[in-house]
Write a protein of this length. Sequence first.
Length: 266
Amino acid sequence: MTETPPPTTRARSAEPARVVVKHHPLVRLTHWVNVPVLFGLIASGLAIYWAAPVFLHPRDPVTGSRDYLVDLGAAVAHVLHDRGGDPRSWIYDHVSLGTGMLARALRLHWALAYVFMLNGALYLIGLIAGGGWRALLPRLSDVADARAMLRFYLGVVPMAIRRRPWPHPVIRSKYNALQRAAYFSMSVAGVLVILSGWAMHKPIQFGWLERLFVNYDGARIVHFVCLLVLGSFVVPHVILVIADGWDTFRSMVVGWSARLKEARHE
């Protein structure tokens, strides 16, 4: 499943550039499939969340609420002056499938979970086939490189407004340090969310897996934390891709990238 890269182009700078194949087709396919699947998993997962007693707190004497998301929903609805439906259920009504839909949410959640697991397996195959797994491994130089990239990202907009040059740090691998840390963390979160999901789904058959998370409630907490990690990754990911430039987005669509000759894509 290899692709022929287009003719060599020139970089924005005066230095010559070369075109390299950056992402295996399976990696690109699974990347885009993950977008709707994750949104569906989050929406159905939040509809299941309200039924888990491990997430309840002592009853609030004023509102009578025992649910953290109900508290958050009431606060959001108050700020937005929401007048449709029960303001306490704002999060469930606007972000998930709603309250009282446990059976439907469970069916949808597991249907999408199987797609997510299959998609993850194809992603892993693509990483191995294309050699992309090497670029995800943390490196000793990542701390210093991450500081340089963070400085660049923070200065992109101010320098653009002031019309001053703001050169991109030299990247000598497929990903910069912040990208590598984020993508590696997402892989870890993806594995944990699958394992904790099975620990809850089959606690008798996979008792050893449930014990890996201490107990059933421990698996629930890890599963929900992974949901937050995966969900919170989306917006910063899009912002940083835009800040990094067109070449980064293009490489995940067509598979090739134009970088300076000195850069090593490994």
